[in-house]
Structure formats: structure tokens, C-alpha cells
Design a protein around this ligand. Structure first.
Ligand SMILES: Cc1cc2nc3c(=O)[nH]c(=O)nc-3n(C[C@H](O)[C@H](O)[C@H](O)COP(=O)(O)O)c2cc1C
Length: 184
């Protein structure tokens, strides 16, 4: 029983991984769920020319990524905002899959180095996930000024308000996971 966390920046020394690490540690320490951290910067996938279901000889790490989504109870996508949208590397793996997203609770956390926390990216990503029949979680976890708020290990100062916001965000995801499980 685990939650998959996609860190969706492939930039060297990206800041999204700090938020992914924060969420990863929080879920492990504060919920009954384990986690699988799926860092797109580590995978370095090529640009896919076909969906996984149409690929004759998929690479083992592509199958491993797909199975990590498929077998998860829910997914958190941690996404940086690039020019008001999400990175091509994320669309690459979203479109790679199809049945894996079906009725999957997916929560979106946004990241930016500016003061708005990447909040403009959420609507376009939600729409794509809705088209794929994922259950998009009605909660936000925007992370502004991320380099100042979190260190490279994803730790904030102990009294940081980030933990209260994160707690509410994860609670909504778990509500959706439990609701979906009741329908299975
Ligand atoms: C191509 C590109 C476009 C960006 N566009 C925006 C933007 O529209 N709004 C914003 O707040 N930050 C923008 N940023 C800055 C990112 O918020 C910043 O790089 C942040 O650290 C998150 O991205 P990262 O995880 O790749 O580091 C952009 C960065 C890049 C590389």
C-alpha cells in the first residue's frame, strides 16, 4: 500500500525535487502509506513516440515506471510551472500511460521560485488528467520561493506553516483514496 510521488522536473539541481522530498518524508512519517519516489530527472526517459501499450519492446525502466503508477493507491505529481504550463517531460509520461490512470486519485503540488507557487499550472494539468479519467484531488499545495523555504533535503524550519498546508493536502488525497477503495 503506497503512494507514488512523481518529481516532474528534469533540470539539473531542480527545486521540484525538494518539494518531492518534503512530501515523501511527510507521508512516510505521518500516514499509514509507504511511498515510491519517481524522479523524472533520474529516469531520463527519451521522448516517447508511442504509448506503452503500443510499444513492441518497452525498456525495463519504462515498464517499472508504469507498474509503479498502476499498483499505487494514489499519485502525487510535484510539478514546476514553466511559462504557465507544465514541463514536456511530464506530458511525455502522462501520455505514455492510459489504463494506469483510470480512477487513480491524483493530487497536484506545484512549485516555483517566484511568489505564486506555480499555481497557474494546475488547471491545464488537471484537465489532461480528467480526460484520462483519473480522479483529480480537489486540493492544492503550491510552493512559492522554494529555494528559500526548503533545503536540498526538502526540510523546512520546524515551525514553518508549510507543514500545516501539507497536512491538509495529504488528508484530501487520502480521503479520495479511501473513497475509491470503497467502490472497488
Ligand atoms: C522554462 C522555464 C519556464 C519557467 N516559467 C515560470 C513561470 O511561468 N512562472 C514561475 O513562477 N516560474 C517559472 N520558472 C521558474 C521555475 O519556477 C523555477 O525554475 C523553479 O525552481 C521550479 O522549477 P525546477 O523544479 O525545474 O527548478 C520557469 C523556469 C523554466 C526553466
Amino acid at each position: 500500500m503506497y503512494i507514488a510521488i512523481i518529481s516532474a522536473s528534469i533540470r539539473v539541481n531542480n527545486n521540484t525535487q525538494r518539494v518531492a522530498a518534503l512530501i515523501n518524508q511527510y507521508v512516510q512519517s505521518n500516514t499509514g502509506y509507504k511511498t515510491k519516489l519517481l524522479d523524472l530527472n533520474t529516469y531520463q526517459f527519451p521522448l516517447f513516440t508511442e504509448r506503452l501499450s503500443h510499444q513492441p519492446h518497452p525498456q525495463p525502466n519504462v515498464i517499472e515506471f508504469a507498474n509503479a503508477i498502476k499498483n499505487s493507491q494514489g499519485v502525487i505529481i510535484v510539478v514546476p510551472e514553466y511559462n504557465g504550463g507544465y514541463p514536456a517531460a511530464l506530458k511525455n509520461v502522462v501520455d505514455l500511460l492510459y489504463s494506469e490512470w483510470y480512477h487513480k486519485p491524483v493530487a497536484i503540488s506545484t512549485v516555483s521560485d517566484g511568489s505564486f507557487g506555480g499555481s497557474q499550472v494546475i488547471t491545464s494539468l488537471q484537465f489532461v488528467l480528467w480526460k484520462m479519467k483519473a480522479i483529480t484531488v480537489p486540493a492544492m499545495f503550491p510552493n512559492p520561493n522554494v529555494k528559500n523555504e526548503l533545503n536540498e533535503q526538502g526540510q523546512a524550519l520546524p515551525d514553518s506553516p508549510v507543514y500545516k498546508r501539507l497536512s491538509a493536502f495529504i488528508a484530501e488525497l487520502i480521503w479520495c483514496i479511501e473513497a475509491v477503495n470503497k467502490m472497488k
